[in-house]
Write a protein that binds this ligand. Structure first.
Ligand code: CA
Ligand code: CA
Ligand code: CA
Length: 365
């Protein structure tokens, strides 16, 4: 075991672009890859072991948790509310109730619990990354990431009290766990592990944006951006306006290949949707160097290098694997692309300075 561990260390230290971007047929690598899989398996097990004690022990410092005597249970909030009749009524009212938020934030969030204090409008926002406090002040929209993982925290849709109170964001909810449905990714279900919680975050802590780049410190820390530098990757564009804020974009052959395989949102202009992100788990330099049409973030494949939030929260719904070489033709490669319910195998041929992609196989659930 020690021998393997040493090998692993040596291997990790000497990783090159080749190792990070291309599948190796080398047997040693395969062996070590299995070892990595084992680590990931034990990580999954760790995720399942979260109980009330552990959630509290690992809660963010800025979060206060109060036990409530009277409360809306997870069951009441999540099940009753989602009956067809109520849902239909809710969606009818939703568009008019949150019109100003939808206009200002270009529908980047699902909103609830609007509140007006003096001239400031607040609403609770949810998107693929997690929970946000959305604010409109002097016509200007801003959103502040809560950093509370939806793997552990359920926030009630119906808040019986105002969410902003005495300089705090106060939201009621429960501790939950995710029940994975085997073989059906994307069909995760929740179950409550303890109801009746009031989650409190001081507004000053939530709104804190040390480098004034438009993303609060909690957001930058949650995803591995630099909260003390407006321009995390030093490419001259500040984090808020940089479509790829973590890495400098380059133009090269394999980067072009990754760009072709990015999820396509058609003609919709998502450039100004500063809170909409596609998150990719990859260590490949070529992938990191893409110039996307919407905001992207990257998470390391190495669990030890992942920020805490992404380690416990499944924020990546789309992926592109490493590149596989064709042993007899140096211009032909294979690459796999997956979404939450599909997987596609491509063969890619580089000919006359261009990529020709062909679908080789795949499945859709
Ligand atoms: Ca910031
Ligand atoms: Ca920053
Ligand atoms: Ca930048």
């Amino acid at each position: 075991m020690r021998y393997l561990f040493l090998l692993f260390l040596i291997f990790s230290c000497s990783k090159t672009v080749e190792d990070r971007c291309f599948e190796s047929s080398d047997s040693l690598t395969k062996h070590l890859k299995n070892d990595e899989d084992l680590i990931i398996d034990s990580h999954d097990m760790q995720m399942q072991e979260y109980d009330v004690k552990r959630i509290i022990a690992e809660k963010p410092d800025y979060l206060q948790i109060v036990n409530l005597r009277e409360f809306r249970s997870f069951k009441k909030d999540s099940i009753e509310l989602n009956s067809e009749e109520i849902m239909e009524k809710k969606w009818k009212e939703y568009d008019s109730e949150f019109k100003i938020f939808n206009d200002k934030f270009s529908k980047q969030f699902t909103f609830s619990n609007q509140q007006k204090i003096d001239n400031i409008l607040y609403a609770f926002g949810r998107n693929q990354l997690g929970f946000w406090l959305c604010k409109i002040e002097n016509e200007k929209p801003s959103a502040y990431f809560l950093g509370l993982s939806f793997s552990h925290y359920y926030i009630n849709e119906v808040q019986e009290k105002p969410i902003i109170n005495n300089g705090f964001l106060e939201i009621e909810g429960s501790f939950v766990k995710i029940i994975k449905v085997p073989g059906l990714p994307g069909y995760d279900d929740y179950s409550a592990i303890e109801d009746g919680k009031l989650f409190k975050i001081k507004l000053d802590d939530l709104i804190k944006d040390s480098d004034s780049d438009g993303y609060n410190d909690i957001f930058e820390n949650s995803f591995g951006l630099n909260p003390h530098n407006k321009d995390s990757d030093g490419d001259g564009t500040d984090d808020f306006n940089d479509l790829n804020p973590m890495f400098k974009s380059e133009n090269n052959k394999f980067t072009q290949l990754y760009e072709m395989l990015l999820p396509d949102y058609g003609t919709e202009n998502l450039r100004d949707n500063n809170y909409f992100f596609q998150v990719f788990i990859s260590d490949c330099d070529y992938f990191h160097q893409i110039k996307p049409k919407y905001h992207v973030l990257f998470v390391s494949e190495d669990l030890k290098l992942q920020p805490k939030y992404v380690k416990i929260t499944d924020v990546s719904s789309y992926g592109i694997d490493k590149i596989r070489r064709n042993k007899s033709n140096p211009n032909v490669f294979y690459i796999k692309q997956w979404g939450s319910s599909s997987m596609t195998d491509y063969s890619a041929e580089y000919k006359d300075g261009q990529w020709i992609l062909k679908i080789g196989g795949g499945y859709i659930i």
